[in-house]
Design a protein around this ligand. Sequence first.
Ligand code: MD6
Ligand code: FE
Length: 215
Amino acid sequence: MTADLFASDEMSLSEQILPDVFFLKEFALGHTEQLLTAISCIEAQSAFRKMQTPGGFYMSAAITNCGEVGWHSDGHGYRYSQVDPLTQQKWPPMPACFLQLAQSAAQRAGFEHFHPDVCLINRYEVGAKMGLHQDKDEKDFSQPIVSVSLGLPIIFQFGGPKRNDPKQRIQLEHGDVIVWGGSARRFYHGVLTLKPGQHDMTGPYRYNLTFRRAG
Ligand code: MD6
Ligand code: FE
């Protein structure tokens, strides 16, 4: 009885917002200091940078990566590479606390065998956003995506398989996690413009960690 009550209480902060899309409210809240310290180590090795899109524009969020590969964009297109083009060195390894969090969130959402080989790290400053896109540069779409929000809040929007499908909006706050896979794996999504603010742990920024299996 007690166990059941505990289980339902724990789950009450989790919500399935669409088939195969799970919102785990505050799932990472107990780990945020460790995660932010790890981000500092990663960025000391592979700095945040604004990447150019194939269309010739610059993304407004600054990006870095850790893991066996890293996601990269330039005038020639989007791809995963084993080497950071800025340093010509391997990307920093994925910290153990990153992997543990990603796997436990995936498991909570019912994805038992998530083996991420990359974590893409986005840093948003005031005015930065991420237009509607699909995450489709990976090889194995049976593996989900785990997305962790840190710092200032932002509005996430997600739609369907077509760009102009109706969209839901959800506010993502410090410590919130979204797990996304299966039938929704290639759905369009993005975030609206970051509003000005100050967060106790991240100052004027919002960070997003997206864990994927690229290869
Ligand atoms: C962001 N997130 O939250 C951008 N992609 O800053 C993503 O693009 C994303 O949160 C796939 C699944 C979850 C995500
Ligand atoms: Fe995405």
